[in-house]
Ligand binder design. Structure first.
Ligand SMILES: Cc1cc2nc3c(=O)[nH]c(=O)nc-3n(C[C@H](O)[C@H](O)[C@H](O)COP(=O)(O)OP(=O)(O)OC[C@H]3O[C@@H](n4cnc5c(N)ncnc54)[C@H](O)[C@@H]3O)c2cc1C
Length: 405
């Protein structure tokens, strides 16, 4: 086996820093380089559309590790530099600053990129934007002021979180969703109805089965948005939350196997034996199906598995996925993955606005969405970890959760 002196991680995000930190904690003493195209040290993205946009979280609290950590751990962070290509045969990278960088093992954590409007909307006016990075929020925040008319395109979690902050800040919010309900790709009708009602109570104008047909300049940043039913509306700013795609550009050009993301095995290894990948950019086999997860849990856990595999301590990645979203005073916690469910049961929680939705495929318990109900979340997660299938009817009946298994 060739010597392992130098590991390079592409992408200074959640998975990138998790892999680097774990490599050091497992005793890797060689050269460790983290290359990121953003100007920032690795930071958390979830607060961007929650407390940070609300102005309730100071900027320095976003950073995953303090600057001193990188020095202490001897991790070289190269910021503001994009990796332009991976040259597997030469075990090297070509960087946007013109330099080359060699590696013995490479970890690709390039994350994902937000979808943009289709070609018919190009060029996209400057008051229209997607949200992925701190720079995106820095651009949005100054224009995020009371009485501004905000159009959100897309009723997924990002769109709903922005709607919640905007409505709380006194903006006039319209949210359009192409599908006939919110959260169609990721949650049941029960969960979608809960959030639909929550937002409508706060004055958000939700228009489902509606798509954006055109955006035309009106006055300065102000645009006239036209929808597919012919209706139109004047808006001051537009945020797109229409999904993300895994960033596989580099991996694909390097000839790595791609299947709805960079295809990796249970140890995060790609189709090249010395190249690993983790986080949003990957797909892996979960309960017999290849899936892609867009979550902090996946970025951290999969990256740590990659570090273990590189250090010769490989154990298979077999997660119980978890995710959360904050909207107004509702905290949603999700355990498991609901893909393939054929039945849901709803359980009322102990307090107002508290509810949980439990997903099953036949008798197999798949996942729970818990709204202001940490007990259901914790219990569901515990059952998923232990492979326990609770009784759906008993859950719905409201008896103590202990009596449902
Ligand atoms: C606004 C927002 C809210 C979210 N809320 C939640 C939440 O509540 N709960 C949850 O679990 N998850 C949430 N997520 C998802 C979560 O943040 C992601 O799943 C996680 O960040 C994925 O980590 P990653 O390292 O795979 O990708 P990223 O964090 O996206 O990091 C990838 C990095 O690679 C860089 N990069 C890409 N290509 C190159 C290149 N060629 N050269 C150099 N650098 C490159 C990118 O610029 C980026 O900095 C949210 C995401 C966003 C955007």
């Amino acid at each position: 086996m060739p010597e392992l002196n130098k590991i390079v991680v592409i992408g200074a995000g959640q998975a990138g820093i998790s892999a680097a930190a774990k490599l050091r904690s497992l005793g890797f003493a060689g050269e460790l380089i983290l290359i990121g195209e953003e100007p920032e040290l690795p930071y958390q993205r979830p607060p961007l559309t929650k407390k940070f946009l609300l102005g309730e979280l100071p900027r320095e609290r976003l950073y995953i590790k303090p600057a001193a950590f990188y020095e202490d751990q001897n991790i070289t962070v190269i910021s503001n530099v994009r990796v332009e290509s991976i040259v597997p045969d030469d075990r090297s990278l070509v960087l946007s600053n013109g330099e080359k960088c060699s590696w013995d093992k490479l970890v690709v954590t390039t994350g994902s990129v937000p979808m943009d409007l289709p070609a018919s909307f190009q060029p996209v006016p400057s008051s229209v934007q997607t949200i992925r990075s701190l720079a995106d929020i820095d651009r949005l925040q100054p224009r995020f002021s009371e009485n501004k008319r905000l159009l959100i395109v897309g009723g997924g979690y990002i769109g709903l979180e922005i709607a919640a902050v905007a409505a709380s800040c006194g903006l006039e919010v319209t949210l359009v969703e192409l599908q006939d309900r919110l959260l169609k790709r990721v949650a049941s009708t029960d969960t979608a109805t809960y959030f639909h009602e929550l937002h409508e109570k706060r004055g958000v104008n939700i228009r489902t089965s509606t798509s954006l047909a055109a955006l035309a300049g009106a006055d300065g940043d102000t645009l006239e948005a036209t929808f597919d039913d012919g209706s139109s509306q004047i808006v001051d700013l537009t945020v797109l939350g229409i999904g993300i795609r895994p960033d596989v550009t580099l991996a694909e050009a390097a000839g790595l196997e791609i299947e709805n993301g960079i295809s990796v095995d249970a140890f995060g290894q790609t189709s090249h034996p010395d190249i690993y990948a983790a986080g949003d950019c990957t797909s892996f086999v979960y309960k017999g199906r290849r899936v892609r997860l867009e979550s902090v849990q996946n970025a951290i856990d999969q990256a740590e598995k990659v570090a273990e595999a590189i250090m010769g301590e490989a154990t298979a990645y077999d997660p119980v996925p978890w995710f959360w979203s904050d909207q107004y005073d509702t905290k949603l916690q999700i355990a498991g993955l609901n893909t393939g469910f054929d039945q849901t049961v709803v359980r009322a929680g102990a307090r107002e606005n508290s509810q949980s939705v439990w997903y099953f495929s036949g008798e197999q318990f798949l996942a729970v969405d818990a709204m202001n109900d940490p007990k259901s979340y914790m219990t569901g997660r515990k059952w998923l970890m232990a492979g326990i299938n609770p009784d759906a009817a008993r859950i719905a009946s409201g008896v103590d959760l202990k009596e449902c298994v």
